[in-house]
Write a protein that binds this ligand. Sequence first.
Ligand code: NAG
Ligand code: NAG
Ligand code: NAG
Ligand code: NAG
Ligand code: NAG
Ligand code: NAG
Ligand code: NAG
Ligand code: NAG
Length: 403
Amino acid sequence: MMRPRRLPPCLAAAILTATAVAVLLLSASSPGGALLASRQSPPPPARPEWGPGRPPSFAYWISGTRNDSRRALRLLRAVYHPRNRYLLHLDAAADAAEREAMAEAVRGEPAWREFRNVDVVGEAYAVDRTGSSALAAALHGAAVLLKVGAHWDWLVTLSAADYPLVTQDDLLYAFSSVPRDLNFIDHTSDLGWKEHERFEKLIVDPSLYMDRNTEPFPGTGTRPMPDAFKIFTGSPWVILSRNFTEHCVYGLDNLPRKLLMYFANTAYSVEAYFQTLICNSSDFRNTTVNGDLRYFVWDDPPGLDPLVLNESHFQNMVNSSTAFARRFEEDAPVLKKIDDELLNGSSVQLVPGIWCSNLSKEQGRMDVESCLKWGDINTVRPGHSGEKLWRYISTISQTRGCS
Ligand SMILES: *[C@@H]1O[C@H](CO)[C@@H](O)[C@H](O)[C@H]1NC(C)=O
Ligand SMILES: *[C@@H]1O[C@H](CO)[C@@H](O)[C@H](O)[C@H]1NC(C)=O
Ligand SMILES: *[C@@H]1O[C@H](CO)[C@@H](O)[C@H](O)[C@H]1NC(C)=O
Ligand SMILES: *[C@@H]1O[C@H](CO)[C@@H](O)[C@H](O)[C@H]1NC(C)=O
Ligand SMILES: *[C@@H]1O[C@H](CO)[C@@H](O)[C@H](O)[C@H]1NC(C)=O
Ligand SMILES: *[C@@H]1O[C@H](CO)[C@@H](O)[C@H](O)[C@H]1NC(C)=O
Ligand SMILES: *[C@@H]1O[C@H](CO)[C@@H](O)[C@H](O)[C@H]1NC(C)=O
Ligand SMILES: *[C@@H]1O[C@H](CO)[C@@H](O)[C@H](O)[C@H]1NC(C)=O
């Protein structure tokens, strides 16, 4: 089967224009699926260059709920780099004013305006993270990012409760020598209690058909384990290659769609969909690396969510050599420590990198620092953490495939 080609540049440009139109529509009314994009601005001083010999590029899907806009923006600053592409979404629990305020903040940051690589989903829809509406949201994000960003290599899913442990210079450096078809998906086929509780039982996720976030409820009856494919589960947080993302979104093979329908009535389908799909796809199975590059800690016995992280986890976090950690509370002091010691910056501003050669306070704006002089956006300069992450990724990506 032929795989769809990447968008030609002219088509990508047309989408950006359409995106800008959608902004106007959103400020007047509220069209479905509209994007709030950054304002038109003069062309950036340096254009990103792509391809062999250049650093890769990431697409970030950052999802949140009510009161998450400040956290999401802080996370966005911490993971920002002009080479990447960003899409932010607040679910139906957040009101239009919060969504609009977040879009306004995006328009207000000179770097984001200059490089026009940050978008906010203008549409509000319900999401329950324990149901399949969370999977629908992630696939929606993937589809939009494929459409608006013609050059990214990997899709990273994050929530507003996440935070990076390395700078983007470090991350782009560490992934520079990684084959661009690799997928970082934590997985196991050892289902244990989940076999009966998650896969034989059915649930209904009303967030798929109600306007408000609504908790799933159990359906009646059970179903046998499938024999057309084998179920794998794992972390809901993934790093997907562009190729595999296209496979999920375009569904030119029938398995991505069949699994989507199968998992519609499964609890925590984001913890099984990508795992089951990749491990049952002979074209992609060998591109799977078993790891999500995230640091988190489970309580004993484990709760519904991993523990909220604080300073007591800092050293373990650093030693984990991972790229992201979760969960954090808004303005937790440990985030400041991460900014200062790992991200080479201070909180509530962009993380410096070689792309920005002068991050300083703009005249008349004493609150945040902005990039006053563009640097080289086609080169990255890693620090110590970048080297460490590179070694870690090289080690875990020695073993590929599903087990
Ligand atoms: C959202 O934030 C506001 C102000 O910070 C606070 O008053 C409110 O209780 C928060 N709502 C929720 C649901 O956390
Ligand atoms: C994408 O995957 C297909 C197999 O499905 C493969 O033939 C192709 O080479 C891949 N392309 C890249 C860029 O990895
Ligand atoms: C689905 O996964 C199982 C287990 O890895 C494997 O035996 C089977 O061949 C896979 N199906 C396809 C179509 O690759
Ligand atoms: C995947 O790896 C296995 C084991 O190394 C090998 O037998 C198989 O041919 C590979 N499949 C593809 C599509 O490369
Ligand atoms: C940090 O988190 C751990 C585990 O949740 C908890 O036991 C500890 O009391 C917390 N420490 C502080 C300073 O909040
Ligand atoms: C982290 O690693 C350093 C150096 O390898 C070691 O000295 C330290 O004990 C480790 N800290 C924790 C909390 O594991
Ligand atoms: C950064 O910009 C500020 C304000 O224009 C200027 O005062 C400062 O000298 C610049 N720093 C560097 C290193 O260029
Ligand atoms: C940290 O920032 C300083 C000043 O902006 C810069 O000189 C240094 O190279 C940066 N270090 C890393 C590891 O990026």
